[in-house]
Design a protein. Structure first.
Lengths: 571, 327, 371
């Protein structure tokens, strides 16, 4: 027995010695990322609509291009960045020539064009994000035109200019034509195709290869020794990469503390505790997710909300920094626009910063309400807020139940507005109810099908005044946010209709915005206008906290910190 | 004897026929419930699509069309039943797997848990129960009662988290979660099931203890026990051979029921807390994802199991007690 | 005066007993209030209020009144039950809980009142560290929070007083437990007694129906229905009540079967009593001991079911139940342990108390029964 121990000891010493002698990094270790968010729905990415599904398949299949923490281009499957013609209509993509499917055949431009034309644009497969690839010409919706140029080059031709279309193109991933043709035209067969559900086609296209997906438990991929980016570096450096799904957040945190998992996201209130642990590193990084307080401008909201002065008054009364400190434990930054300050398009020149001093003043808020006719001045000079008849105001705030941060924000707003004499009734409703009864709307009495924006005159089934909700903006292409703020926007729940906003969003997507300076100015103008109109009160951009075991090396903390995760390694 | 076989066969056929009708009824009710609900499988995408700033209505329509959910309800129902008739249990769109494969993969994780817990619960529970009955109203009885009821009174999800924090995080004795990479039939697996099994067992103990106790008390008063004692048999023999043997058969029924009825849902909380990928989590996630194929199948199988266990129990009784006749 | 009495007597005779008369009157009254509630916008009672009144009337007429008329028997059982010290302790705790639920809210603050300035305060005698991050300096600043007498049990992460939440939770949990069990037991008793008394085809149909109901996995069904139709406390109570009667029905049926051929039932039949009178006035009071035991033992299950629903996010978000507090506390167990511990302990003690009491009662009524 003792002999065995000595032998093992010697063996380990040998291993340690040899490994420290090598200069090139050796792959090893099992990286386990813990999450208590839900499992993915499919690995067949063209069918996916949830974030988890895209992230799972992404481990085995790179996109054309990705971005580092400063939004600089990092080439992946593309040999060089996407090239745009001077008129902004033709996009030319050249892929690397050393990309291979699992059967050894080359990945070609033909695969990409096939994926676009025969799968994404087809009417039998119902790709959920078709609208990304469509443009409107004379009231007709048409797809962009993909075309093979050479074995490694293809073009996409638009008929209208959209300066931010390039970001959509850069995210493109291919399906293997030689497999997909077998299932073409049959949605059911395509959905159930074993090659696509086992990711067995991905060749050398991603840092990892699919091993196992046990539903509601784990998704496991193993190091891809043929990874095209690993030829010289030997990357990636983890033997196995596992996403472990937990049933409850309490245990994910316990697992990180106990060292059973390598990394997970840490809730704001627990960061202090984890920072005190020697074996854990915490990186606080910006995110593009923001919380907002929406005002119901439709006919079933309090009529006062239709006046921009009233909305400004309410926003003046709500302290954003207090909210960040109390609810997010400091992990957030006040938001004044839908564009995060990490975005290259962020500009805060001339923007009205409601909710921080000097535009944070409860007395000023009351005066604004008085001017708008929703308050009366008492004999002692104090102002009493009320409706047009002078009766006390009572507003209904809704948010989805079970989201502790949003519930807390609701309570805090209730606390803040109580100071200026407005009573807020909180309603926490299940997500499905929020969607169905509060956000979907239709013109009463009409035979419209309820949708998220049925235009002016449409109202939701249940009345509401205030809504706390969270969204994300693509920091590179903020124009996608038009769905929330334009007259025809599909997610304009709150009924904000402003021709100037419509026009600005249109211009941001037009030829004049090809000039980045112009685009930046347009975004600044949009931010100013929306901040001035206050259809919603942007509350805060949240900071995320990623917790890692100290042994993980090579991390560059930042908004896109996972961009080089194939270079991470265990100490 | 042939007489008996005859009526029994008729009886079994009748019961099976009944089971079939019940199954069809349950299928219909469940199907309608899932499909008429105000939620749509596409709802959960909304947050993601919105976060990407895309138009939702188109995506939602696309997803509903892809799974045939845009067709009229009766058409969906007929399609579904027709497929079932062909032995096709459907495709689970929330997990991208054939439903039957999904259940085949995951049932073992729940079953091992409940199997071990039932055995342990029955063993410990029966022992405590016997002790309790033999010394009715003694201190032992009180302590036994007290402890068996503590278990049933702690919510499983609470106990589980506490056990993990204490034994896994503070003491480092176990992993904080169930590692599905360890083979089912291995000592390591048995080891990592320790905490989950304790969690479930504590909840089962009271049932077994109290049942054994009352069954034992019942038999203790019977004539044959008095006779046995009068014959001068040692107390151990009296209790073990005469009293317990008569109490054990109904107990087996209870164990069977435990196994059958909770395979699907009983271990759900324990599965959540310990991260065990059992059928409980599969079924409940399917409910939340409106994945009707899975929900209907799970309900059906579970109902069918219960019906079969009922039948087997009844038949066993006719052999144990030949006086019993069902008409 | 005599005229008035005579007419009451007449009506009583017509409908078959004073209890039935009261029942009919109450039903009519409730019907009218419900109509008023629906037609006139004014809210008179919430849905739970109606359940309370209906079940309370039933309990008084068919539970407490028969117990009162047979005081001697009750005294005998009490004598036996009081020997079981665990059962007595259970009863004492339940009485304390009822008292807490009834008058507690007058002594505590509003359980829904938040105050973020006073969040995460530990219970009296404890001290914790809490840190807040400052993005400008990228530093966290810690502060020490000490428990105070103002919030003896501490506060949650929204500054709500935990003591107030526990007291409010006691009310909700008792409500849910009593009401849902009340519905289930009333329904189960009715079906069980009817089935056994009438026998034949009706017995067959009712028992087959019971079998079918039993094949549904209870909690799965509960989650399923609550998920589809939304988490509303009154609705949850109804669903638990309407699905949880099967066990009662079976037990009551077998108990009634043995009663059916007893002399006093035969006598009542011979005297020409109607079926409904025999069921309500003779059979139900005679299975009341069984019903009390079943009810006491099913209350804990119901309370735990509500907590379980809350744990998976299907609790009614507008009420402060122990389950909801527990769920919130569970998420922050490592930073604010007291939020999960307080409701957990209360839940545990309550369920334990009901179990002890039920077990003691069963022992007292019939030590051999296998409820």
């Amino acid at each position: 027995m003792i002999k065995l121990k000595i032998f093992i000891f010697l063996l380990m010493a040998l291993v340690l010695l040899t490994s420290s002698c090598r200069v090139a990094r050796e792959a090893g270790g099992d990286y386990i990322s813990g999450t208590s968010a839900g499992d993915a729905e499919t690995l067949n990415w063209i069918l996916a609509a949830d974030a988890a599904s895209f992230s799972y398949s992404g481990h085995t299949l790179d996109s054309l291009v990705t971005y580092d923490n400063e939004w600089r281009i990092q080439l992946r499957l593309a040999a060089r960045d996407v090239e745009v013609s001077g008129d902004g209509l033709v996009y030319s993509v050249t892929i690397r020539d050393d990309l291979k499917w699992s059967d050894g055949s080359k990945v070609t431009a033909e695969d990409y064009v096939y994926t676009l034309k025969n799968l994404m644009f087809s009417d039998w497969l119902n790709y959920p994000y078709q609208s990304d690839w469509q443009e409107e010409i004379a009231d007709e919706i048409v797809f962009v035109t993909p075309e093979v140029v050479s074995e490694v080059t293809f073009t996409l031709t638009r008929r209208t200019v959209d300066p931010e279309f390039i970001y959509t193109v850069r995210g493109l991933t291919p399906y293997p034509k030689y497999i997909a043709t077998k299932y073409e035209g049959d949605a059911e067969a395509f959905t159930q195709a074993p090659e696509f559900n086992n990711l067995s086609y991905t060749g050398n296209l991603g840092p990892y290869r699919f091993v196992e997906w046990l539903r509601n438990d784990k998704f496991v991929v193993a190091r891809n020794p043929e990874y095209y980016l690993g030829k010289n570096t030997g990357a990636p450096y983890f033997e196995k990469y596992t996403i472990k799904i937990f049933g409850t957040p309490a245990i994910v945190h316990a697992a990180l503390e106990a060292g059973d998992i390598t990394a997970t996201n840490i809730d704001p209130d627990k960061v202090g505790k984890f920072k005190g642990m020697e074996q854990i590193n915490i990186h606080t990084v910006p995110s593009s997710g923001y919380m907002l307080l929406a005002y119901n401008l439709r006919d079933n909201g309090w009529e006062g909300l239709k006046h921009k002065e009233v909305r400004q008054a309410l926003s003046t009364a709500i302290d954003k920094e207090l909210m960040i400190e109390q609810v997010l434990y400091g992990f957030g930054e006040p938001a004044f626009s839908f564009i995060p300050n990490t975005s290259p398009w962020y500009a805060d020149k001339g923007i009205a910063k409601y909710g921080v001093a000097p535009l944070l003043d409860k007395e000023k808020a009351k005066e604004l309400l008085l001017e708008a006719g929703y308050a009366t001045r008492k004999t002692d000079g104090s102002i009493e807020v009320g409706d047009k008849e002078g009766k006390p105001l009572k507003l209904t705030l809704i948010t989805n139940a079970g989201n502790d941060v949003r519930e807390s924000v609701g309570y805090l707003i209730q606390q803040e507005l109580a100071v200026i004499g407005i009573e807020v009734e909180l309603k926490f409703v299940p997500w499905a109810t929020e969607l169905g009864k509060y956000l979907r709307n239709k013109v009463p009495g009409s035979d419209q099908e309820a949708a998220f924006n049925n235009g002016a005159g449409a109202v939701s089934e249940e009345p509401w005044d205030l809504l706390v909700i969270g969204f994300g903006t693509n920091p590179l292409a903020p124009s996608g946010t038009d769905v929330f703020y334009t007259t025809k926007g599909g997610l304009n729940f709150w009924g904000f209709f402003n021709p100037r906003v419509d026009d600005l969003f249109k211009r941001v997507k037009s030829a004049e915005a090809l000039d980045e300076e112009v685009r930046k100015e347009l975004y600044a103008e949009l931010s100013r206008l929306i901040a001035e109109e206050q259809p919603v009160n942007f509350l805060a951009f949240q900071l995320a906290n990623a917790g890692f075991q100290k042994s993980v090396q090579g991390i560059e903390p930042g908004i896109n910190m996972g961009y080089n995760y194939h270079l991470w390694y265990f100490e | 004897m042939p007489m008996k076989k005859n009526w029994l066969r008729d009886y079994i056929i009748k019961r099976l026929f009944f089971a079939l009708i019940v199954a069809l009824g349950i299928l219909t009710v469940t199907f309608i419930l899932v499909r008429i609900g105000p939620t749509s499988p596409a709802d959960k995408y909304l947050a993601n699509i919105a976060a990407r700033g895309q138009d939702v209505s188109q995506a939602v329509a696309a997803i509903e069309a892809r799974y045939g959910l845009d067709k009229p309800l009766y058409e969906q129902y007929i399609n579904y039943v027709a497929n079932l008739g062909r032995g096709d249990w459907g495709w689970s769109f929330s997990t991208s797997m054939p439903v039957i494969e999904l259940i085949k993969t995951h049932w073992i994780y729940s079953f091992q848990l409940i199997f071990l817990s039932s055995i342990l619960g029955a063993l410990v529970g029966i022992l405590i129960g016997i002790l309790s009955a033999v010394r009715q109203y003694s201190k032992t009885d009180y302590i036994a009662t007290f402890f068996s009821f503590i278990g049933i009174s702690i919510p499983n999800f609470w106990l589980g988290v506490m056990l993990i924090l204490l034994f896994s995080v503070k003491l480092g004795l176990f992993k904080t979660y169930y590692d599905s990479g360890i083979p089912i039939f291995s000592l390591d697996n048995l080891r990592q099931l320790t905490l989950p099994v304790i969690t479930i067992t504590t909840g089962m103990l009271a049932g077994y203890t109290r049942y054994t106790r009352s069954a034992m008390l019942d038999n203790l008063r019977k004539e044959f026990v008095r006779t046995a004692r009068a014959k001068g048999l040692p107390e151990r023999t009296v209790i073990g051979k005469h009293v317990f043997r008569n109490a054990v058969l109904p107990l087996i029924t209870i164990i069977m029921f435990d196994l059958g009825s909770i395979v699907f849902a009983g271990a759900y909380f324990t599965e959540i807390v310990f991260g065990i990928p059992g059928l409980g989590r599969i079924s409940f996630n399917a409910i939340f994802a409106d994945d009707y194929a899975v929900v209907v199948t799970v309900t059906l199988i579970s109902a069918f199991l219960i019906l079969m266990i009922n039948l087997i129990t009844d038949i066993t009784y006719t052999y144990l007690d030949p006086r019993i006749r069902y008409d | 005066m005599t005229n008035w009495l005579a007419s009451i007597n007449y009506i009583t005779g017509k409908v078959g007993g004073i209890r039935k008369l009261i029942l009919i009157l109450m039903a009519a009254l409730l019907g009218v209030t419900i109509l008023l509630d629906v037609l006139v916008v004014e809210k008179i009672f919430d849905p739970l209020g109606y359940l309370y009144i209906a079940l309370g009337t039933l309990a008084v007429l068919y539970g407490i009144y028969p117990l009162y008329t047979s005081r001697r028997l009750v005294g005998y059982y009490w004598e036996r039950a009081s020997q079981n010290r665990l059962a007595v302790a259970g009863l004492a705790f339940i009485l304390f809980l009822i008292l807490l639920a009834l008058i507690g809210p007058f002594f505590t603050t509003d359980p829904t009142a938040t105050n973020f300035e006073e969040k995460n305060i530990p219970p009296l005698g404890f001290t914790i560290e809490e840190s807040v991050y400052h993005p400008e300096t990228q530093q966290s600043i810690s502060k020490t929070i000490t428990g105070s007498g103002k919030h003896p049990l501490g506060t949650d992460n929204k500054g709500r007083d935990l003591l107030a939440m526990i007291v409010s939770g006691a009310r909700i949990s008792l409500q849910v437990g009593l009401l849902a069990t009340g519905i289930a037991v009333a329904l189960g008793t009715l079906i069980g007694v009817t089935s056994a008394y009438l026998g034949g085809k009706i017995d067959n149909i009712l028992m087959r129906f019971t079998d079918i109901m039993m094949t549904f996995p209870f909690f799965l069904l509960l989650v399923f229905i609550v998920f589809i139709f939304g988490p509303n406390l009154a609705f949850i109570v109804l669903v638990i009540g309407l699905t949880g009667w099967t066990g009662t029905a079976r037990l009551v049926r077998s108990e009634t079967l043995s009663l059916r051929t007893r002399e006093f039932i035969m006598a009542a039949k011979a005297l020409g009593a109607s079926d409904s009178r025999i069921i309500l006035a003779h059979l139900v009071p005679n299975v009341i001991s069984l019903i009390i035991v079943i009810a006491t033992l099913s209350i804990p299950g119901v309370i735990l079911a509500e907590a379980g629903l809350s744990f998976i996010g299907l609790g009614d978000p507008s009420v402060t139940s122990w389950g909801m507090v527990l769920r919130a506390g569970q998420q922050n167990l490592d930073t604010a342990w007291w939020v999960a511990v307080a409701p957990g302990v209360m839940l545990f003690l309550t369920v334990l108390a009901f179990n002890f009491m039920g077990d003691g009662l069963r022992d007292a009524f019939d030590p051999r029964s296998a409820v």
